[in-house]
Design a protein around this ligand. Structure first.
Ligand SMILES: C[S@@+](CC[C@H](N)C(=O)[O-])C[C@H]1O[C@@H](n2cnc3c(N)ncnc32)[C@H](O)[C@@H]1O
Length: 280
């Protein structure tokens, strides 16, 4: 039987670092194009360059990044360091037939959201106008544009680096006739009274952006894909009540269509997305 990549990485590293440290090697990683991201514990920091080399070579990558912190700030910037290979880390990551140009040193790309990116590919249709309020580099915008082919998607993004990648990725995937990237704070630049569907893929104070989403919807009616971090015992009541509060201000009703778990975020807290229909 063939060895798993981690088994062979572990075997190679075992001959290079003290044996009592081998069990600290991370068994998981993020592979984004030609860049691999690992999270080394403090115990291995003395050996990070050699470990980085083994992971890169074992996984067919040119650079290894070590994740030093989480994802920070409004722009969701990763805190990472290059521990092996080229410091020029711009790469092309292909997923579900879509090419995402991205620099993982500057921009997050979460493999944990892959199932949701695939799900988004099929949710729209050629009659719809869609607004993606937090487009990033096109995580949801591109699958929707390429596979659902709506009339139009307005993709809002506030981070200039992510916005440049969004524009590049729209061209790279031949989606310019469908996607209109808009640079700035969605509270100022999102289009009003035109959308059949709005995607809210952002986890910092997401309920604060619900009024923006309602304003995007045509006649304040349509579908929302609303992301939130939710403690187990409050699924789906907490996010649903946040949507209902805002719906009341617009004199609208909320119908829960789907409750979808994206990933575990913390002990007993999940990243969830609710699909809801807002109607009169
Ligand atoms: C990183 S994405 C979220 C992850 C993505 N949904 C996924 O599946 O991986 C969130 C994006 O929203 C952008 N953003 C945050 N606040 C914003 C605002 N007020 N207006 C427009 N974009 C915003 C951030 O810069 C970031 O690129």
């Amino acid at each position: 039987m063939q060895e798993t990549p981690f088994k062979s990485i572990k075997k190679t590293v075992s001959s290079l670092i003290p044996s009592e440290l081998v069990h600290h090697l991370p068994s998981k990683w993020e592979k984004i194009g030609s860049v691999v991201i690992i999270k080394l514990p403090e115990e291995l920091s003395r050996y990070k360059e050699i470990i980085g080399k083994v992971y890169a070579e074992g996984l067919g990558c040119t650079t290894t990044l070590n994740e030093k912190g989480g994802i920070s700030g409004v722009y969701r910037t990763p805190v990472v360091e290059v521990i092996f290979g080229s410091h020029q880390t711009e790469t092309i990551h292909t997923e579900n037939g879509i090419r995402f140009k991205v620099d993982p040193q500057q921009i997050m790309f979460s493999s944990g959201n892959m199932a949701e990116r695939r799900r988004m590919a099929t949710i729209s249709d050629p009659n719809e106008t869609v607004v993606d309020l937090f487009a990033g580099i096109g995580y949801f915008t591109l699958p929707i544009a390429i596979y659902s082919k709506p009339k139009k998607i307005v993709a809002c993004e506030i981070n200039p680096v992510a916005f440049d990648y969004l524009c590049a990725n729209v061209v790279l995937n031949h989606a310019s006739s469908i996607v209109e990237p808009r640079f700035g704070d969605n509270r100022e630049i999102a289009p009003k009274d035109c959308a059949d569907r709005v995607v809210l893929g952002y986890l910092q104070d997401p309920q604060g952006f619900l009024p923006v989403a309602f304003a995007c919807l045509k006649n304040h009616t349509g579908i929302l894909h609303y992301h939130e971090l939710v403690p187990f015992e409050l699924i789906p009541q907490q996010p649903l009540s946040h949507i209902e509060q805002v719906a009341r201000c617009f004199d609208r009703c909320v119908e829960l269509l789907k409750v979808n778990e994206i990933k575990s975020y913390a002990p007993r807290v999940n990243h969830m997305v609710l699909d809801v229909r807002i109607s009169k």
